[in-house]
Design a protein around this ligand. Sequence first.
Ligand SMILES: [Ca+2]
Length: 93
Amino acid sequence: MNWTNSTGLSQTATPGVDYIVNGGLITFPVGNTNQTFITKIVSDSLNEADEILYVKLFNQSPSTVSIAGDTKSITIVDDDATPQSSSTLHYQF
Ligand SMILES: [Ca+2]
C-alpha cells in the first residue's frame, strides 16, 4: 500500500516548512501489523509549540484488506530553548 504525509487535513505543521512532503510504497509481510517509514522533519532554531502532521495509508492491495485507522498523527516536538530575556541594560555616559 501507499503512505503519504500530504493528506490535506487541517494540521499545525506546515508542509515544506516544518517537514518535507513525501510518501511511498510500504509493504506489510503476511501476519505483520507494524512497518517503518521515514518522514523528514525540517529543523529550525525557533522556540515554538509542538506541531502536528498527519500520515495516511491508502491503496491497499489486495483491496479487500481493511486498515484500522488509516490516518495517524505525528507530533513534531520543539527542541529549541526558550530565549533568555535581557533583564539588564548597561548605559555608560
Ligand atoms: Ca523549533
